[in-house]
Ligand binder design. Structure first.
Ligand SMILES: Nc1ncnc2c1ncn2[C@@H]1O[C@H](C[S@+](CC[C@H]([NH3+])C(=O)[O-])CC(=O)[O-])[C@@H](O)[C@H]1O
Ligand SMILES: O=C(O)C(=O)Cc1ccccc1
Length: 247
């Protein structure tokens, strides 16, 4: 169903900005697993964590769902009456495949948590009251100036006792730490079969559109958005996942 990622394997005359189009949708499961250290663990754990915080008769949002890996995991783990997942992405090619994967999951497993897809810009979407919101490697693609407003909106929509699960690639203020973890991330990609050319071209494609923040920046912004309590629950190299609590 999904192909091997070879999108950056040939030398390109010019590397344009990365877009979530049909070519990316076709290889995305392979690309993200070979590019993000800890991704399978994060996906499985999102289901587990959501299972602890999902509330009866409430919504769960998966914002920037791509092909719906986090949504599928939550559907496997959450067994709460009247709960429903809304999986949102603004990329038509990604969301179309997400819908197909969710249908395939329905065909394989009985009585899963209901899930629906919605094509929308998460910056414009109005959120209904919800118990769990997932931003799994999505905030890093949102323009930095819009990030606080998005987190504010999420905090306002969360029910008391609700949580935001926020996963991001991290930047480090300390130069040596930044260089060490970046080098290890490249070693991870090399070990997963990417060539130096693929790594360099992918880096050029994402450097203008994917802008990671430091952990401190995330924590301070979460506080500003109203999340008095947050902490990391996972880090592998320069990739991290946090939980932020709506008191
Ligand atoms: N403004 C926006 N509105 C809606 N969607 C957006 C927006 N900006 C970016 N996206 C979407 O956010 C997703 C980011 S990928 C998330 C992986 C997934 N969460 C996973 O659990 O596999 C991360 C990565 O590729 O590194 C893409 O599908 C974009 O179209
Ligand atoms: O590939 C990278 O270097 C990344 O940081 C992660 C990534 C994964 C999939 C699409 C875009 C970025």
């Amino acid at each position: 169903m999904s192909d091997i990622d070879q999108l950056f394997s040939r030398p390109l005359a010019q590397v344009g900005d990365f877009v979530f189009d049909q070519d990316v949708a076709r290889v995305f499961p392979d690309m993200i697993k070979r590019s993000v250290p800890g991704y399978p663990t994060i996906i499985e754990s999102i289901g587990l964590i959501a299972g602890q915080y999902a509330q009866v008769n409430s919504l769960i949002y998966d914002l920037g769902c791509s092909l719906g890996a986090a949504t599928q995991s939550m559907r496997r783990h959450v067994q709460v009456e009247g709960c429903r997942v809304i999986a949102v992405d603004n990329a038509a090619a990604m969301l179309e495949r997400c819908g197909e994967y969710l249908q395939a999951q329905d065909a394989m497993v009985e009585s899963l948590l209901p899930a629906e897809t919605r094509q929308a810009d998460i910056l414009e979407l109005s959120l209904e009251p919800c118990s769990v919101v997932v931003l799994n490697f999505t905030l890093q693609f949102v323009p930095p100036a819009e990030r606080l407003a998005l987190l504010n909106k999420i905090h306002q929509a969360l029910l008391p006792g609700g949580i935001l699960i926020l996963s991001e690639k991290l930047q480090f203020a300390d130069l040596a730490t930044q260089e060490n973890l970046e080098r290890l991330h490249y070693a991870f990609k090399r070990a997963n079969g990417y060539s130096d050319l693929e790594i360099a071209q992918k880096r050029s494609a994402i450097e203008r559109i994917m802008l990671p923040d430091t952990l401190e920046c995330h924590q301070q912004r979460l506080v500003k958005a109203g999340f008095a309590h947050s902490h990391a629950w996972f880090q592998c190299l320069n990739f991290c996942s946090m939980i932020a609590y709506r008191d």
